[in-house]
Design a protein around this ligand. Structure first.
Ligand SMILES: CC(C)(COP(=O)(O)OP(=O)(O)OC[C@H]1O[C@@H](n2cnc3c(N)ncnc32)[C@H](O)[C@@H]1OP(=O)(O)O)[C@@H](O)C(=O)NCCC(=O)NCCS
Length: 437
């Protein structure tokens, strides 16, 4: 269909993602290289847009290239070991100054409300502070790391409180110790600790590379920590790959559902990953990307999004939110990265040993991938557990799909009495029955 404004179509297609991300917590790491290369301005606009769409944001920033430049200018060559430098007094003075400057820059850039920017008309509160506790790396292999430290804990309740009040939280790669000292931290480590402590929905690591590629140069869209492990052992510990992949695997193993590896070089990466069907980078996840599971009340919004177009085309009987809420325990959903792309319900009728398979639907974009079949198989398992002997379905458009899945035509007398009474004669739905073996 020709549209006058392609943007309008794009906007319509992105609405399910907008709903899926609202109220979610994302921890986003922006490496120092992105700021040094001038990409900061654009990223700030994207962060502001996510904030206005109701995403709870924690932004961690890196400062390594800026500190390296300051060290080069002062002809200081740091001692390096195991991918970290030894932060002595001279290095620490620069780390503290640059972290403060970067934080101020971010706060300043998130403050204006110029027209034609996502910040127009809103006042964003950006907060930073003593939110990360650190401890010294200590002496390793005979090397005293001085003020180079590691994360002891992220003060999750303090950060939660700030997010609850609508603030965007900024975490520099610095931590504070119980002795009142400041420690230099690895930004990727701060990011994964923050994501884990907050049980974030997503950890997004913006680095130099646009995700991971396999031996043939193909982008790998999704990996589990176990699949990523060989890459991690081969990588140089000081490399971004090792730091980011390490952070992603730890986060995945500690319950962060999804970590995305994206490139800051790509202007569209952040929004492209979040608001398009298949994304643009690599996702590390312990769980399957797609999950068939019982529906919960929190899925109602997603169910309405999925069903409305089918209802308006007359393929499904319209169901109100209230009805969906009331019957939610009957539903199964297919959840793809937080978006509901399929559903089916099993309704039972008192003493009758027949169940109704209702509201089988798969999102247009995902048809033909046996999702309908998986939903049916799971409903059949449910029905057998409930000791039902057969399933019936009423359909106007999908008779043949049911035939192909073992259903046969029947007439109204075959229905349980309760369902016979509510049968809509004007709709003239076909009645299909499958005996469960
Ligand atoms: C029916 C539906 C759930 C199937 O989802 P799906 O994930 O594509 O299902 P599967 O991949 O398991 O099956 C796809 C096959 O079914 C076929 N199919 C889908 N709808 C069909 C229909 N109305 N009539 C005949 N065949 C149909 C497809 O052509 C495909 O066949 P192929 O593999 O030979 O190409 C989906 O098409 C849908 O949401 N339809 C609209 C809602 C609806 O009518 N629901 C039933 C009323 S309760």
């Amino acid at each position: 269909m020709d549209t006058r404004f392609p943007f309008v179509d794009w906007f319509r297609n992105s609405s399910p993602y907008i709903n899926a991300h609202r109220g979610r917590t994302f921890v986003i790491l922006i490496e120092g290289e992105a700021m040094a290369s001038g990409r900061g301005e654009q990223l700030i606009q994207d962060l502001a847009l996510l904030h206005t769409l109701g995403v709870r944001l924690v932004v961690v920033f890196g400062i390594r290239p800026q500190v390296q430049q300051a060290l080069d200018e002062a002809s200081i060559v740091p001692t390096r070991h195991r991918g970290r430098w030894v932060a002595d007094e001279a290095i620490m003075a620069r780390v503290e100054r640059i972290a403060a400057e970067q934080r101020l820059w971010l706060e300043a850039r998130l403050s204006p409300g110029l027209p034609n920017t996502p910040l127009h008309g809103i006042e964003m509160t950006v907060v930073s502070g003593n939110l990360v506790m650190a401890k010294p790396l200590g002496v390793r292999d005979g090397v005293d790391f001085d003020r180079s430290g590691e994360v002891r804990r992220v003060r999750d309740q303090a950060v939660e409180g700030l997010l609850e009040r609508g603030a965007l939280v900024v975490l520099p790669p610095l931590g504070f110790s119980s002795t009142g000292e400041v420690f230099d931290l690895d930004a990727a480590e701060v990011a994964h600790h923050a994501a884990t402590a907050l049980s974030a929905d997503k950890l997004i690591l913006l680095g130099d590379a646009c995700g991971l590629v396999d031996a043939s140069g193909q982008l790998q869209r999704q990996l589990t920590p176990a699949e990523a492990a060989p890459l991690l052992t081969q990588a140089d510990p000081a490399s971004e790959l090792a730091r980011h992949l390490g952070a992603a695997c730890v986060a995945a193993r500690h319950g962060v559902a999804r970590t995305h590896l994206l490139s800051w070089h790509d202007h569209d990466a952040l929004l492209g990953e979040l608001f398009t069907r298949d994304g643009v980078g690599t996702m590390i996840t312990e769980h399957r990307y797609e999950q068939l599971r019982p529906a919960e009340l929190g899925d109602i919004g997603g169910l309405v999004e999925l069903l409305e177009p089918l209802e308006s085309r007359g393929m499904l009987v319209p169901r109100s939110r209230e009805r969906l809420e009331y019957e939610i325990d009957d539903y199964l959903v297919i959840d793809r990265d937080g978006m509901i792309i399929g559903c089916a319900a099993l309704h039972t009728f008192g003493e009758a040993d027949m169940g109704e398979l209702a509201c089988v639907a798969v999102h247009d974009d995902y048809r033909g991938g046996a999702r309908g079949e998986r939903l049916l198989a799971e409903i059949e398992r449910r029905a057998r557990r409930l000791k039902l002997s057969s399933l019936f379905a009423l359909t106007t458009h999908t008779t043949h799909w049911f035939f192909e899945h073992g259903f046969r035509l029947a007439d109204i007398e075959a229905l349980p009495t309760l369902r016979r009474d509510t049968y809509n004669h004007a709709r003239k739905s076909k009645i299909l029955i499958k005996t469960l073996g």
